[in-house]
Design a binder for this molecule. Structure first.
Ligand SMILES: *[C@@H]1O[C@H](CO)[C@@H](O)[C@H](O)[C@H]1NC(C)=O
Length: 266
């Protein structure tokens, strides 16, 4: 049985690899080549990566108990946590910085919150590289418990779902929203520019970036000459959708694999 930890952290890698394989221009390819395994140089900033279940759950081809997309009417309806990633300013990031074994007991008191706000949205196999990103958070975060607790706290403090709802960007399978409007709403609320990742014209991921003291900073890197700078326009068209999660049961999930065609404007 996959440990809670494995589902929380390592799922990120497997799902991204899957995305990369499905879509040549997808983020998975870039992520694969931007990861610096075993890098011990101190990171530059944090990215809080949030997933939009309405988009992510469309990838569900089969169900399993670890996949929150399969919770029917209890499936998540707000942005959920994908991870808190220590990144470098040059667009790469460290992974697997220590060989420390993950101990699920250390975070047992956070179990319910993690199940709710940091669920897996796939049935991917856990990676054996434990705490891939989390182990690289030193010297800001030293241990497993504080890594998860800090991530939850940042997530609660910067409620992207609320900001978008209050700006009128509510989940819809019919509406398209201006990408610039979504970015502005986040900028106005948090004072920094987020990074959006889209799949077939739908918002799949939204990242908030933070200095090491967790003050918001821009995600998009300003300097030139970086081969892997991700900008919101790299995968999102000018008008994007924020699909509602069709709370299909396990049976019908099998039949909901096709994408709603999106405007691939860019
Ligand atoms: C975010 O805000 C929404 C809308 O106000 C609320 O329903 C939700 O519980 C909040 N999420 C968190 C994690 O606080």
């Amino acid at each position: 049985m996959a440990s809670l930890f494995a589902r929380l952290l390592c799922i990120a890698l497997t799902t991204m690899v899957a995305v990369g394989m499905l879509e040549a221009n997808g983020i998975g390819i870039e992520i694969g080549s931007r990861e610096v395994v075993g890098e011990f140089r101190e990171f530059d900033y944090f990215a809080l990566a949030l997933q939009w279940p309405g988009t992510f759950c469309r990838q569900t081809r089969h169900c399993c108990s670890s996949n929150a997309c399969c919770r029917g009417s209890n499936a998540p309806t707000e942005f959920t946590i994908h991870g808190l990633w220590p990144d470098y300013n040059d667009g790469t990031w460290p992974a697997c910085c220590t060989r420390e074994e993950f101990d699920e007991k250390e975070i047992s008191t956070l179990h319910d919150a993690l199940e709710k706000y940091w669920p897996s949205l796939s049935c991917g196999l856990p990676s054996t590289c434990h705490e891939k990103h989390g182990t690289c958070s030193f010297p800001v975060i030293w241990d497993e418990y504080n890594y998860f607790l800090t991530t939850l706290n940042v997530y609660f403090k910067y409620n992207v779902t609320r900001v978008l709802n209050e700006a009128g960007y509510v989940p819809s399978n019919a509406e398209k929203y201006p990408l610039g409007g979504i970015i502005s709403a986040i900028q106005n609320a948090f004072g920094a520019t987020p990074l959006l990742v889209c799949k077939k014209g739908a918002v799949e991921e939204l990242r908030l970036c933070f200095y090491k003291d967790f003050k918001p900073r821009d995600c998009v890197m300003g300097s030139t000459g970086q081969s892997f700078v991700l900008s919101s326009s790299s995968s999102c068209p000018k008008y994007v959708s924020l699909p509602e999660h069709a709370s299909s049961g396990i049976q019908s999930a099998e039949t909901t694999i096709s994408w709603v065609p999106g405007d691939e404007a860019l």
